[in-house]
Ligand binder design. Structure first.
Ligand code: MCA
Ligand code: AMP
Length: 521
């Protein structure tokens, strides 16, 4: 009988001498409670900075804690002034900017539930989310997304820009009243199956996860994060922004990922942390800019597998190996390589403080803990399907859809997903959504979309097409995707086939399609 090594216990993430029983991930009660406590403790501390204007001057604009408190308070009142009441949803679709973060924090302080939406989404994608969560307000940096949302709702939506200034003297409502169990975010994700659904995360989930990574990664007020991730996904928002605010640290928000700009910021003596997806490390390495990150105390990778070879090549340039961790929108951060112990390439480490992980049938990774979301928005059946009852009388396990195994050192190795999800550059693409759009092309008789390996993107969206007439090219398919799907979802490769491989139930055998394609650049 094979001997199975147990996963290392989470206490191994703690610094020597720390008592695991004293870990309280819920201290402060809510996320906003934790932020505002930090702000009042050190009002003149510079918290968030961003390049001034278009960044050409090399100057930065900083918000100190006091300014962040005041600006987010005004934003909260402005949002409540629209008639929104605690519990109402706010669609929040902005690029990385100080105003965007202030608006976000204002919404949380007002007790509103933020629904982040990728600003690259088109009318159909925005419409789906708006129709599902029925927001009262939309905070958008392009009014067209507000219009699409309003159209999907059939009217009745207040659309505002991210700059939510409010005249003096018009503040009335009590803020920061959300309770730990109140919902804070609805984040749309493909989930493990089916069409996009909203994962409802409560204040206590967000706080627990931010605290857990802070403990494991020794994140303190002395740290400054070089933040180049999108703020509308859990990696950039719940790890990057919330982690910074909960620890009382600081961050420089770059408006987009540019290897030179990341290197420039990393060179600043105050910078100490960088979090990225594998595609970012690939680009930093390829452009020669990774060396500038060698002076940072910690570089973290997540959201998609960091190829062991890329991990090793990065580690040759950096002072310490990249720390790979594993998370998910529904659970936030689950598992991490250690800050102090060996960071093993090709593994994601062991459970973070407070998180329990087990392997279910077929090696599916299951998670439970204070970080795990509550339910899918108005999808009781999908929620029930996602959780497996516990046999120990404890909370049910969330079934991630990721397949894993434990290596000889007690580290988790991810071996793929049981779902059809494609992860390209850290963004999720659900094949059915793309296939539906591709079928609208007149030359497409049948189509299946899979992810095929790519050194730069991890996976690239690849279409196998049974053509009706001349086979369509990548460019032909792009014409039906334009304006309907965010650009990262459109196929980068297309293969013409006579027929799609199907099993006896008529389901496309995607593994066979993936196997038919070699590695691309
Ligand atoms: C951009 N393009 C992409 C992607 N991003 N294509 C496929 N996959 C992508 N991810 C396209 C653009 O549309 C463009 O197409 C072309 O690539 C070049 O664009 P470029 O400007 O160079 O790309 P970029 O803007 O630099 O984007 C690359 C990126 C970005 C910075 C790596 O993809 C990114 O920010 N990824 C991070 C995603 C993320 O935060 N995921 C976390 C999810 P064309 O040439 O046709 O115009 S949260 C999560 O997964 C859990 C919680 C977790 O564990 O973290
Ligand atoms: P999302 O739904 O955007 O939150 O994506 C979550 C998925 O990203 C997980 O279920 C994993 O499949 C994948 N993921 C996140 N981090 C890693 C990692 N370090 N290695 C492999 N896959 C990862």
């Amino acid at each position: 009988m094979p001997v199975t090594t147990p996963l290392r216990p989470w206490r191994e993430h703690l610094s020597t001498g720390s008592d695991p029983t004293s870990v309280d991930l819920g201290a402060g009660g809510t996320l906003v409670g934790a932020f505002t406590a930090r702000w009042s403790a050190e009002p003149s501390f510079p918290v968030l900075g961003a390049p001034d204007g278009d960044g050409a001057t090399g100057r930065y604009r900083w918000l100190v804690a006091d300014e962040l408190e005041e600006a987010s308070r005004r934003a909260a009142h402005r949002l409540l002034g629209t008639g929104a009441v605690p519990g109402d949803r706010v669609m929040w679709s902005v690029g990385s900017s100080l105003e965007g973060i202030v608006a976000h924090l204002g919404a949380l302080r007002a007790g509103l539930v933020v629904v982040p939406v990728n600003p690259a989404y088109g009318a159909r994608e925005v419409g789906h989310i708006a129709a599902d969560v029925r927001p009262r307000v939309a905070v958008v940096d392009d009014p067209v997304r507000g219009r699409w949302a309003r159209e999907a709702l059939g009217g009745d939506l207040v659309v505002v820009g991210p700059d939510l200034a409010l005249p003096e003297g018009s503040e009335v409502a009590a803020l920061d009243a959300a309770a730990p169990d109140d919902p804070a975010l609805v984040c749309f994700t493909s989930g493990t199956t089916g069409r996009p659904k909203g994962a409802v995360l409560r204040h206590r989930n967000l706080l627990a996860s931010a605290r857990s990574v802070a403990l494991a990664w020794r994140w303190t007020a002395d740290d400054r994060l070089v933040h180049a991730l999108p703020v509308f996904h859990a990696h950039g928002l719940c790890v990057g922004i919330y982690g910074t605010l909960v620890t009382g640290a600081s961050a420089v928000l770059l408006p987009s990922f540019d290897p030179g700009a990341v290197a420039g910021q990393a060179a600043s003596p105050s910078s100490s942390l960088f979090f990225g997806v594998p595609t970012m490390y690939h680009r930093l390495l390829g452009s020669g800019h990774l060396a500038a990150l060698a002076r940072l105390r910690l570089c973290v990778s997540g959201s998609a597998p960091l190829a062991a070879d890329l991990h090793r090549r990065c580690s040759e340039v950096l002072a310490t190996p990249v720390l790979e961790r594993y998370g998910m929108t529904e659970t936030l951060m689950n598992v991490s390589n250690p800050f102090a112990g060996p960071r093993r390439a090709g593994t994601v480490g062991f459970p973070l403080p407070g998180v329990e992980v087990q392997l279910g049938s077929g090696g599916e990774v299951r998670v439970r803990g204070p970080n795990v979301f509550d339910h899918y928005w108005e999808r009781p059946a999908a929620t029930a399907e996602a959780f497996a009852p516990a046999t120990d009388g404890g909370a049910p396990w969330f079934a991630t859809g990721d397949l894993g195994a434990v290596d000889d050192d007690g580290y988790l190795v991810l071996r793929g997903r049981s779902s059809e999800l494609v992860i390209t550059g850290g963004f999720n693409v659900y094949p059915a959504e793309v296939e539906d759009v591709l079928r609208t092309h007149p030359s497409v008789a049948d189509v299946a979309v899979v992810g095929t390996p790519s050194e730069e993107w991890g996976e690239v969206v690849t279409a196998f097409v049974v053509a009706d007439g001349p086979p369509p090219t990548v460019e032909d398919l792009a014409t039906v995707c334009a304006g309907v799907l965010a650009d990262y979802k459109r196929p980068r490769l297309v293969h013409a086939v006579d027929r799609l491989p199907r099993n006896s139930l008529g389901k496309v055998v995607r593994a066979e399609l993936r196997a038919a394609v070699g590695r691309t650049g």
